[in-house]
Each structure stands twice: as C-alpha cells, then as structure tokens.
Write a protein that binds this ligand. Sequence first.
Ligand SMILES: Cc1cc2nc3c(=O)[nH]c(=O)nc-3n(C[C@H](O)[C@H](O)[C@H](O)COP(=O)(O)OP(=O)(O)OC[C@H]3O[C@@H](n4cnc5c(N)ncnc54)[C@H](O)[C@@H]3O)c2cc1C
Length: 375
Amino acid sequence: MRILVVGAGIAGSAAAHMLAHDGHDIDVIDSAPEPHAGGYQILFNRTAMRLFRQIGAAEMVNELSTPTARITVARGEKVLTTIATHGYRSARRGDVVGAMSRFAAARVPMRFGVELSGIEQTLDGVTAHFADGTRGDYDLIIGADGLNSTVRRLTLEIDRSYIYDNGRRNLWVNVPGRVAGTTEAAILLGKGAAAQVFPYTDHNETLVLTSINVGRGRTDPQQLRRIAADLLVSAGPKFAAFVDPVRTATSDDMKVTRFAQVRAPRWHARRVVLLGDAAHCIDPLSGAGAHGGLLGAALFADELRRTPSDPAGAAARYARRARPFVRSTQLLTAGILERATARGIAQRVAADRSLIGAALAARPADVPTRSYHAG
Ligand SMILES: Cc1cc2nc3c(=O)[nH]c(=O)nc-3n(C[C@H](O)[C@H](O)[C@H](O)COP(=O)(O)OP(=O)(O)OC[C@H]3O[C@@H](n4cnc5c(N)ncnc54)[C@H](O)[C@@H]3O)c2cc1C
C-alpha cells in the first residue's frame, strides 16, 4: 500500500518505520525546515521505552536521555509524598524527535519543508495537496501532525471544539542550576497554580513548568511569571535560586502554552487516519504523550497487518484498542491538574468527577509485542 505520513514527530516516524518494515511504500513529509533539535524536557515512561526497544531505537534514545529523578510533591515547604520513577528517562524533546526522524529516514524517504495543505478522497484512493502546489496520490494518509493537526481539520473537524481547554496556561522556563546538592524533581502545589521543577540530569539546568488557572481571563505573561515566582518563594529556600530567573525571564527564555487535550470522537475517515497528538493530545504535563504516539503507531501497524486491504477497518480497530488508555490518561491528567489548581468548590467537584471518570475508564495496557528491528 502507498502511504503518506504527515509529520515526522515521534508518532509519525515510528509509524513510518513500522509500516515500511511490513512492506508498505511510505512517504514522510514534515513542514519544519529540518529535523528538530534541543527544546524543553520530555519524560519517557516504561511503556514508551519498551516501544522504542521494539522498533530498535532504544539505544539511540538511551544515548540522548538520562534516568529521571525521583519526584517530591510539596505544598509550601511541607513534603506530601515522593514518587519513584524507576525505568523512566528524560531528554530534550527536540533532540529525540530529530533523532527519531533520522532513524526512520534510514528506511523511508523523508522530506522536510513540505507542508500538507489539502486532502481529496476518491473512491479508490486519496490525493494529498502540498503548499508548494504539487500533489501526490496515495492509498492512505496518516495524520501524525500534532496538536494543531491540518489533517484532522481537513478531514474530521468542523470547528476547534475537539480541543478541551480548562483555562490553565503552562509557563515553561529553563533556569540555570539545580536544587542544591540534588537531582531530585519536585511538584509544587499552590493556590490556583502548580509547578513541575525538573532538573536536566545531564547538565546544570532545570525546567520550571508552572500551570496556572487563569480561567477565562487574558494571558498576561508578566502576571504568569509573577505567579510562578511566588509559588517558588512559597516552597522555601531550596528553590530560591530559581525565583529571579523565572520572574525576569524574557520572551526568548520562556514559552506559554494552553493546557490542551484533543478529545475527538473519531480518529479516522475512510482513507485517512490520525495518530499521536493529532488524534488525542493528552497535554505535555501528562508525561504520556510519547507513550500515546508510539502505542497508536504500534496498534495501527498491528491492525493493518491483519487486514492490509482494509485500512478503514484497521483504523477502527486501532482506535478501539487505544481509546481506553487515551481516555483514562486524559481524564487523569486533567483531573489531577484541575484539582491542584482549583479555585472554589465548583471547580474542585468538576476535577473530582474527572478523576472518578479516569478510575472507571482505566483498563490493563494493550501494548503489542511485535518487534520491528531492521533487517
Ligand atoms: C514542549 C513539549 C514538551 C513535551 N513534554 C512531554 C513529556 O514530558 N512527556 C511526554 O510523554 N510527552 C511530552 N510532550 C508531548 C509529546 O512530545 C508528544 O505527545 C509526542 O511526541 C507525540 O507527538 P506527535 O508525533 O504526535 O506530534 P508532534 O511531535 O507535534 O509532531 C508533529 C509533526 O508534524 C509536523 N507538521 C505539523 N503540521 C504539518 C503539516 N501541515 N504538514 C506537514 N507537517 C506538519 C510538525 O512540524 C511536527 O514535526 C511534549 C510536547 C511538547 C510540545
């Protein structure tokens, strides 16, 4: 089958590698001018690492990452609990995304600087239109083009209502140094705000990622920086060195994102299927985005192998298998964050409802066991 993969992120590159292994004729495009590099910290959980191993990319990911630090959860200066992270690894997201695209490019043609702009489905195929005016004919298009997916917009979405927005904003600042004498990570809880303070374990820098409940208010970066700095102050002298770098961060040193989850009722339409964040972004705070992207790629490849001439059936079965993980992880991530940053009883009750939903939706992991090593 001739397949176009749109997006050379972790989901797209993994899918391209697996489907090429199964004998499909794959093209990959990405609108970025070149493979990604650098960026903020990303966490890979044990399932993500297992899936990297299955495609033969674990050694490469190990080289770019280090074991994740133990996490302390605190309110003010009081430690509430600690979380062990055995088997988790941390890396710069861009470095791993770039390496994954180069890894897949060893097996499939990959073009950077090419943007998908239109999709036309016919009875026996699908045509992709590119922003440079060229086109290509395929049997299947895989949209692995991230949170603001063009493929999703062109095939499934009539408006942006699939994006769940709970009024939280994430402020990302990399600050010099680490908590003195330790590589421990921390989650700090405050009033209407919570922060993940994650040291880069291979160099002397720390990510301070603060989620702030702004409700329907305007996002004023100066106010977000002040709230984040106040939260660090309230956590005591351990975090004092980070206060000024956060308070005075310039637009070059920081990034503001919305908490965003894609909660789409469908992930496929005839000869188009969505994978990774395009289908079901869970929000970077979850620490499960790479897990979700890799899992979706593996499940879809598994299902397409069962019915190679029926991509729509394979897509429907992949979605059924991946949804329990996605639904419970989305509800859990939203519920924990909304509970931690709630303002007032109504918001706390809504968060509790999300957490109960997560508990009810939880199912044993459905992770395929096939190996996709080269050769
Ligand atoms: C800053 C940040 C930090 C994160 N931290 C974590 C973390 O700690 N743990 C975790 O598990 N997850 C984290 N995530 C999420 C995680 O990176 C993703 O969930 C995971 O990598 C899967 O991404 P993806 O491949 O689906 O999409 P993406 O990584 O978003 O890749 C999509 C690709 O599609 C390309 N593209 C977009 N539009 C088009 C178009 N029209 N035509 C062609 N190409 C296009 C983009 O250039 C991009 O390369 C983080 C995400 C971000 C943004």
